[in-house]
Design a protein around this ligand. Structure first.
Ligand SMILES: Cc1cc2nc3c(=O)[nH]c(=O)nc-3n(C[C@H](O)[C@H](O)[C@H](O)COP(=O)(O)O)c2cc1C
Length: 348
């Protein structure tokens, strides 16, 4: 029998809604409502896609588009266990700055944060940020590896467990002997700093990745705890998932340490809940995935939550578990990174 699967939604903070409501994405209530709907619908997480590009002859995503980080606290405030994975690019961000933003959200959500890692960028993104000439064009996985290394050291090594004492009597907040400055002098980043935020429930957020090139899959095998895989057919997705999982042992990880999510941008049209559930069950069996990222508009996600999810629960394809635990626990781990994960073993 098919095991319960992971269920996520993949949404952009852009005018996705039907034209009559095209401005609704600017209203905080829209996002709060979407989060509540997904939580009621037993979704494990909302993945917020993002691009900082403008359209050009070479592609690039349409504008306008909000900063997805800004939406999360309001959505977390009206939910208790829905996770939020925010997209950010290692080509465009600064490690210590991004690490602090993610730690901040992980605190404010009680450990419900993931990072959807993008290693590349469009030309127009670099230009928009004033980094036009300095960045490689293709996804730069050397830079991404180094970025992750720095971020792991900030999240995992800067503040030891037990470093925060909050002793009112003596006025001591933290034991300075247990808070360490991270010193890194590499090809892409050169920094010396203490992590600016005390350790959050997960320390390192749940790590997601969606790169599809051979380098991208290798990066996923090393770092990702969940991968988003797009493909024309379950067989196509299965091939990609197998490639990623079989590389995991070379990074000291088990193949099943990586949860695979098939991206579905459509579901059978005009179908009854039973047919959609059959469709999903077929994908789980044929594509070797652990769940789905439904890239559907908010109204379709609400329909799915209202009609298909009850059928999935009846078939025991979704876990009935709605406890308030860290996001990582929904993807097969405990709150913290596994000891075998490269981020737990980062050294100077
Ligand atoms: C399903 C999927 C979702 C993605 N979402 C985003 C996104 O939200 N923002 C972004 O900048 N890139 C996104 N990407 C691009 C990838 O993260 C990656 O940068 C790109 O595929 C280039 O890497 P690659 O050469 O390894 O494929 C997505 C890719 C896939 C396959």
């Amino acid at each position: 029998m098919t095991q319960p699967f992971r269920l996520t939604a993949l949404v952009s903070a852009s005018p996705l809604l039907p034209p009559a409501q095209a401005g609704a994405y600017l209203d905080l209530a829209t996002w709060a409502r979407l989060a509540s709907t997904l939580e009621r619908g037993r979704f494990d997480a909302l993945i917020l896609a993002d691009h900082q590009s403008t359209p050009s002859s070479e592609g690039g995503a349409p504008v306008p588009r909000l900063d997805p980080f800004m939406l999360v606290t309001a959505m977390a405030h009206v939910t208790r266990h829905l996770g939020f994975a925010v997209t950010a690019s290692t080509a465009l961000e600064i490690p210590a700055v991004l690490a602090r933003r993610l730690s901040t959200l992980d605190h404010l959500t009680d450990g419900r944060i993931g990072w959807s890692i993008v290693a590349g960028h469009a030309d127009t993104e670099a230009e928009a940020r004033g980094q036009g000439s300095g960045l490689a064009r293709a996804a730069d996985y050397d830079r991404a590896d180094e970025f992750l290394h720095v971020a792991y050291r900030l999240w995992q090594d800067s503040w030891e467990d037990g470093s925060v004492v909050r002793d009112r009597a003596s006025g001591v907040f933290a034991d300075a002997t247990k808070v360490h400055s991270i010193s890194h002098h590499g090809a892409h980043f050169d920094l010396e700093t203490v992590h600016l935020t005390e350790p959050s429930p997960q320390r390192t957020p749940l790590l997601l990745h969606a790169g599809a090139s051979p380098e991208g899959r290798r990066f996923a095998a090393r770092h990702a705890e969940a991968v988003l895989v797009a493909g024309d057919s379950p067989v196509d997705v299965a091939t990609q998932v197998r490639d990623i999982r079989t590389q995991a042992p070379s990074f000291g990880r088990a193949p099943q340490d990586i949860s695979a999510l098939a991206i579905l941008a459509s579901l059978p049209a005009n179908a009854s809940p039973a047919r959609v559930a059959d469709h999903l069950e077929g994908w789980i069996e044929d594509a070797d995935v652990d769940g789905f990222a439904l890239a559907l508009p908010p109204d379709a996600l609400a329909d799915f939550a209202g009609h298909v999810v009850p059928e999935l629960l009846r078939r025991r394809l979704l876990g009935a578990d709605d406890t308030e635990l860290a996001l990582r626990t929904r993807f097969g781990g405990t709150a913290r990174l596994k000891q075998s994960h490269t981020g737990s073993r980062a050294v100077a």
